[in-house]
Design a protein around this ligand. Structure first.
Ligand SMILES: [Zn+2]
Ligand SMILES: [Zn+2]
Length: 429
């Protein structure tokens, strides 16, 4: 058989996955609330994976999206971008995942070859972000449709407010067996965003002082990150006494009620002149100002909160010089989210990082609208939707399947390599 004939071999001897129908929360228009509908989820295409969603966190970004604060165009939409589940089907050419793998989602599927990726800023991957911000997969389309055949956008390439979703293979991270999927669900947004802002954007050092303005799901993980970094003082600021309590449970050393007069000055008084690092985790003009006002001379503020379009921050510009204060933003941990999600999942598994305590409510898909309303009212830190209560506690990957796929892929592409090496020989390299 000539070498090229291998190309005709199928790359996968498993039966082809078929389209399936499941339940998902669909937002048809901004601001009008969503409803649970039957939706069709296509089989994964080449380079894609279909996941049976076990759990999904309800993040403020989901609320901003469904309320139309980010886009008016990406509707109808299945929101949800922070979740975990089990691989149910894989598309052609996918070698790293097997059916039965337990996975968490990463909403920037980094290409690994664009300039930001090569510079170690995979959170800013150009094609990954283009797809993510358009709420489609990397080929510009979605795998979800309503029963009439209309396309449903998948928020940030994921759309995990449903029982199944299809994502790019680069949008997944393995979950260790010791970590429950309802906790793993939070790693791919709240945890990597919060801890990454501390590590990569601010570079908090042992003994530094920190202020965290906004103690929701991400804010609590900023506090976790500061604790892990060895911060000496961690001042939590929030309008809710209950959230300050949660902040103390995660390691905050002080709490300041944000509605009191001049909270920034209170932080300065508590810390003997201000903090080294202030994190804003709300996305509002007034909270950015509190973070700025809590800094000591030479301190730096990091804005992590997602501000609705049209929000502007006003700062006393003289303090850039007279107090050498600085400010920057941090998106999705400011580093290599996929690698860091894997590492943070390990820390959560061994208990070094506390994820479970960040979760204030657990519910099912029917409880999503109430969870979004809690976010509007600032009640609770994080709701997790349990979409599959029977999800396995351990990975059960079909290893034989994975091995066969590798062998078949190597055989199928052997001819390409022969041609390529001959080309190199001819070119004299
Ligand atoms: Zn999020
Ligand atoms: Zn890239």
């Amino acid at each position: 058989m000539p070498a090229w004939a291998f190309d005709a071999l199928p790359c996968d001897n498993q039966p082809m996955a078929a389209e399936l129908t499941c339940q998902a929360h669909v937002s048809r228009e901004p601001c009008t609330g969503g409803q649970i509908e039957s939706v069709r989820v296509e089989a994964p295409r080449a380079g894609e994976v279909r996941v049976k969603v076990a759990a999904a966190g309800v993040c403020h970004s989901d609320l901003h999206m469904v309320d139309g604060h980010l886009s008016q165009d990406d509707f109808p939409l299945v929101a949800g971008h922070e979740g975990a589940g089990v691989v149910e089907a894989i598309g052609d050419g996918v070698l790293d995942w097997a059916i039965g793998d337990r996975v968490a989602f990463c909403f920037v599927p980094a290409c690994g070859t664009c300039t930001p990726c090569l510079e170690g800023q995979e959170n800013r991957c150009e094609p990954g972000l283009r797809a993510s911000f358009a709420s489609v997969l990397t080929d510009g389309t979605s795998r979800m449709h309503d029963m009439a055949g209309g396309q449903l956008k998948q928020f940030l390439t994921i759309g995990c407010f449903g029982e199944y979703t299809v994502v790019p293979e680069q949008g997944l991270v393995r979950v260790p067996d010791g970590l429950p999927l309802w906790q793993a669900a939070l790693i791919g947004c709240a945890v990597v965003t919060g801890v990454g802002a501390v590590r990569n954007a601010a570079g908090v050092a042992h003994g530094d002082s920190v202020c965290v303005v906004g103690c929701g799901g991400v804010g609590l993980q900023v506090i976790e990150g500061a604790r892990l970094a060895g911060a000496a003082a961690i001042v939590a600021v929030d309008v809710s006494e209950a959230k300050l309590e949660a902040a103390r449970a995660h390691g905050a050393t002080h709490g300041v009620i944000g509605t009191d007069e001049r909270p920034g000055r209170q932080v300065r008084e508590l810390t003997g002149g201000g903090v080294d690092h202030a994190f804003e985790v709300v996305g509002r003009e007034e909270t950015i100002r509190i973070a700025w006002d809590s800094l000591k001379t030479g301190g730096g503020a990091v804005v992590v909160g997602l501000a609705p379009r049209g929000t502007h921050a006003v700062l006393p510009a003289l303090e850039f010089l007279t107090a050498e204060k600085s400010i920057r933003g941090s998106f999705y941990g400011s580093g290599r989210p996929r690698r860091e999600i894997a590492q943070l999942a390990g820390l959560a598994e061994d208990g070094t990082l506390d994820v479970g305590r960040t979760i204030s409510h657990r519910t099912n898909l029917a409880g999503l609208e109430a969870a979004l309303q809690r976010l509007r009212e600032g009640v609770g830190s994080r709701t997790v939707l349990i979409l599959d209560p029977g999800s396995p506690a351990r990975s059960q990957p079909d290893l034989n399947h994975r091995r066969e796929r590798h062998v078949e892929y190597l055989i199928a592409h052997a001819a390409d390599r022969v041609h390529a090496s001959r080309g190199l020989e001819r070119s004299g390299l």
